[in-house]
Write a protein that binds this ligand. Structure first.
Ligand SMILES: [Zn+2]
Length: 303
C-alpha cells in the first residue's frame, strides 16, 4: 500500500465522516454508485473516447490533484482513450500515458454538453473537445477528488486499491463466501464500506438486502450458506437491473442522478412492493436505511 502521504490519507478519512453527516441532513444528496457510474462510463466511451482535448479551464481548483504536471498545459492536445470503472472510481485514459481518475464521493458528476450551454456554478473544470462540445466536472460540495496522473502514479491515488473486487467482476460464490468470513459487523455496513465488494453504497445496499430478504442489521457472520447465496446473486442482479433502467432514462444527462425507481431505499412509510406492509426507515449512524420488517426479518439491536 503506497500513499502520497499519511496526511493525505487522514484527510480523506475526515472527508468521509463529513460526507456522512451531510447525507443525513439533506434528502437531496445522491452519491453515485456502481449502476450510475457504469452508465456514465458507457456514455463517455460512446461520446468522449477518441476526442481530442483542445483546452482545459479550471474554475474551482479544490477537487483537482494534478500529479502529472500543470493540468491545463499538460492535457492540451491529448486525446481521450477508453473509460473504465473500478468500484466507485471512474478512470479515463488519455494519450501519452496520462489518466484522469475520478472519485466522485457525494456530489461529483460529469456533464457533457455544447460549449454554449450555461456553465453551472458548481462546475470545477471544463475540457473543450472536438466539435464544440465540452466535458465538465461538477461538484456541488467539492468533496470528490480528480487525479490527473501519469501511468506510473496509479498507486498514489488514495483508496483506489483498497477497494474489494467490483460488484460486477464475476467473483465466484466460493470466493465470495471465503472473503465474507473476513468481515465483521452488520451486513449493510460490510456492503457499503467497499472492502468486501466495491461499487455499492447506501442506496443499492438497501436494494440488494431487500431483494435477498436479509435484514440490514444481520451480522455478516451469521448468514447461512443459503442466505449468502441469495446475497451473492442479488448483489449482481440488482446492480444489473438498475443499469438497464438508468441506461433508458439518463440519456445525455449524465450529470443527473435517478433513484425514484428503487423499491425500498428512501421509501419509508410507503407500502412494500412485495408484501404491502409499511417500509421502515431509520437514520442510524447518520445513514438512511430503509427496509421491510416483514420481508427482511431480523432484530434491530440498539446500541
Ligand atoms: Zn415486505
Amino acid at each position: 500500500m503506497v500513499f502520497g502521504s499519511m496526511a493525505r490519507m487522514k484527510g480523506s478519512l475526515i472527508i468521509d465522516n463529513a460526507a456522512d453527516a451531510i447525507h443525513s441532513k439533506s434528502g437531496e444528496v445522491i452519491m453515485p454508485e456502481a449502476p450510475d457510474l457504469e452508465v456514465i462510463k458507457d456514455f463517455l466511451n460512446l461520446h468522449v473516447q477518441g476526442q481530442s482535448i483542445e483546452s482545459a479551464t479550471i474554475l474551482r481548483p479544490t477537487v483537482l490533484r494534478s500529479l502529472a504536471g500543470d493540468f491545463p498545459a499538460d492535457v492540451q492536445g491529448r486525446t481521450f482513450g477508453a473509460f473504465q470503472r473500478r468500484g466507485k472510481f471512474l478512470l479515463g485514459e488519455i494519450s501519452g500515458g496520462r489518466w484522469l481518475v475520478v472519485n466522485p464521493m457525494l456530489t461529483g458528476a460529469f456533464q457533457y454538453c455544447e460549449a454554449k450551454e450555461r456553465v453551472q456554478k458548481k462546475t470545477c473544470f471544463t475540457l473543450s473537445l472536438d466539435g464544440d462540445n465540452e466535458l465538465r466536472y461538477l461538484d456541488d460540495r467539492q468533496m470528490g477528488m480528480v487525479y490527473y496522473i501519469s501511468d506510473d502514479q496509479m498507486d498514489q491515488v488514495p483508496r483506489l486499491h483498497e477497494q474489494g473486487p467490483d460488484v460486477l467482476d464475476g467473483t465466484s460464490f466460493e470466493e465470495f463466501q471465503e472473503r465474507l468470513k473476513r468481515f465483521h459487523g452488520e451486513i449493510k455496513g460490510v456492503l457499503t464500506r467497499g472492502a468486501f465488494l466495491s461499487g455499492i453504497g447506501n442506496a443499492y445496499s438497501d436494494e440488494i438486502l431487500f431483494a435477498a430478504g436479509l435484514s440490514p442489521f444481520r451480522k455478516a457472520r451469521s448468514l447461512s450458506t443459503e442466505e449468502q447465496s441469495r446475497l451473492f446473486q442479488q448483489s449482481r442482479a440488482v446492480v444489473e437491473e438498475a443499469i438497464e433502467v438508468l441506461q433508458e432514462r439518463m440519456g445525455n444527462d449524465i450529470h443527473i442522478k435517478i433513484r425514484d425507481f428503487l423499491k425500498v431505499h428512501r421509501k419509508g412509510g410507503q407500502p412494500c412492493p412485495s408484501c404491502g406492509a409499511n417500509i421502515s426507515q431509520l437514520n442510524a449512524n447518520q445513514r438512511i436505511t430503509s427496509y421491510c420488517r416483514h420481508c427482511q426479518p431480523g432484530m434491530l439491536i440498539k446500541n
